[in-house]
Design a binder for this molecule. Structure first.
Ligand code: F0G
Length: 461
């Protein structure tokens, strides 16, 4: 009997004309490598990695158009034409008035935090991101989480786990007063929640509340196009809109943005700060020369700005996002079939394995997600990342943040790996899952002061 067509598949809207060869290793080689790396996947050499799912940041494959753009780099110190192309792309696709390029997202976060935050200020946000919160704290501010409770529950099927709980926000305003809140920090497709979107309806309500209190919304737009894709798929009234239209609408509901262009915008390096306020722009334009470079290059080469301008346009293409998020969904579904516990709904930039459910016998202070990432690497050479207690770090008073979510992130670079790679990854996760009872925790033996997850070292218990 012939098979009935039950769905029409997406396929990658591109073909390959250059490939990068991968190196395979033996388990003995990997054991040596992970020990030398102190059981921290950030400290592995990429040459020892087979399939690299550490991050989607700066790891995307550029298009032939972008590479052609690289050859058009106008490497002038001041007023490079590529800067003006970037400015045009940001006006066209995002709509913010003023822009400052920076070398990457945290460069923009640093400048924005220094300008807007005074000592003692409060910054509510829809879950923290590591560098964003640290810059808020270094500027004297305090981050307060106002995301909906569902975001902290790996099993909740809420379609918009990135939404802000407006009651939580109102109570923060009541407690501290609007004057101490320079802005609400809103990430689209919230990274630490598992790549989970915020809805337009929630953003509109948030806009109404913040306008009433005279508080800005600053948009961490690192993965705005992925968020727009979920809105198109899930939100009432948006199924006929293009991702480009939805992205523009999201931006129009906010007052300014920081962007790590290394994700959505398909470049290996780059970012920017955007604002609709002249005063903020004027200060940022001055401060950028202290930390990054002149305001028409912000730490980037002309060619980097050109690639970014082109990548922004490609990122809002509907077929691109359908394949990009479709690939993540493919991996997540495969893992689910093997019974591996993952964060649901499956996110936009990666599959997040729930290490608490995977290794219930390992206490959070023995770093279940950290050890799980090491075990996956040992099994197959697949590199993933801890997103749990190590990433969360310590409060300014020295105590651990102890996040509810203890996750291992399998992050998919854009346009890099094939479905066959995803099969290998899912099978590796399933193999480790079968052996889960034998896995024990870790001890942290070295801990740097800032963003410890990048450089901390561990030993087996
Ligand atoms: N905001 C979000 C939501 C991010 O995911 C990142 C980076 C940044 C800001 C900082 O940008 O790295 O360009 O300085 N996330 C990377 C990751 C590191 O792996 O998730 P950056």
């Amino acid at each position: 009997m012939s098979k009935k067509i039950i769905r029409r598949s997406w396929a990658e809207p591109y073909r390959m004309k250059m490939v990068e060869l991968l190196r395979m290793t033996t388990r003995a080689q990997r054991l040596k490598a992970i020990r030398a790396a102190g059981y921290n996947t950030f400290l592995l050499k990429s040459q020892d990695v087979y399939i690299d799912l550490l991050t989607d940041s700066g790891t995307s494959a550029m298009s032939s158009e972008q590479w052609a753009g690289m050859m058009m780099g106008d490497e002038a110190y001041a007023g490079s034409m590529n800067y003006y192309h970037l400015e045009d792309a940001i006006h066209k696709y995002y709509g913010y008035k003023y822009i400052i390029p920076t070398h990457q997202g945290r460069g923009a976060e640093n400048i924005l935090s220094q300008i807007l935050i005074k000592k003692g200020d409060i910054i509510p946000g829809n879950m923290y991101f590591t560098t964003t919160r640290l810059h808020q704290e270094l500027a004297g501010g305090k981050f307060v989480d106002v995301i909906i409770d569902e975001a902290h529950d790996p099993q909740s099927l809420h379609p918009f786990k990135g939404n802000v709980d407006l009651d939580k926000l109102e109570s923060v305003v009541k407690t501290y007063g609007a004057k101490r809140i320079p802005y609400v920090c809103i990430a689209t497709n919230v990274n630490m929640a598992g790549g989970q979107p915020i809805s337009i309806a929630n953003l509109k309500d948030l806009r109404a509340v913040t306008s009433r209190h005279g508080i800005r919304i600053i948009h961490d737009m690192t993965r705005v196009a992925e968020n727009a894709y979920f809105i198109q798929q899930r939100e009432r009234g948006y199924s006929n809109k293009t991702i480009a239209q939805i992205v523009k609408e999201i931006c129009s509901l906010t007052d300014g943005a920081t962007m790590s262009a290394k994700k959505d915008a398909l470049v290996n390096i780059g970012g920017f700060l955007a604002t609709n306020e002249w005063d903020v722009f004027e200060e940022a334009r001055n401060l950028v020369v202290v930390y990054e470079g002149l305001h028409t290059y912000g730490g980037l080469a002309g060619r980097d700005m050109e690639a970014m301008a082109i990548g922004i346009g490609e990122s809002v293409n509907d077929a691109h996002q359908a394949a990009r998020v479709g690939q993540v969904e493919y991996l997540g579904t495969k893992m689910q079939e093997y019974g591996v516990p993952i964060v649901l709904p499956i996110g936009g930039h990666g599959v997040f394995v729930d290490a608490k459910a995977f290794l219930p016998h390992v206490q959070q202070e023995n770093f279940p997600a950290q050890v799980l990432a090491a075990e996956i690497y040992l099994d197959s050479g697949v590199r993933t990342m801890e997103r749990g207690i190590v990433s969360a770090g310590r409060r300014p008073n020295g105590k651990n943040y102890n996040p509810k979510l203890e996750l291992v992130r399998f992050t998919i670079p854009r346009r890099v790996y094939t479905q066959a790679h995803m099969d290998v990854v899912a099978e590796s996760a399933a193999t480790v899952y079968e052996k889960r009872k034998k896995i024990t925790g870790l001890n942290m033996v070295y801990e740097p002061k800032y963003l410890r997850y990048f450089q901390s070292r561990f030993e087996r218990l």
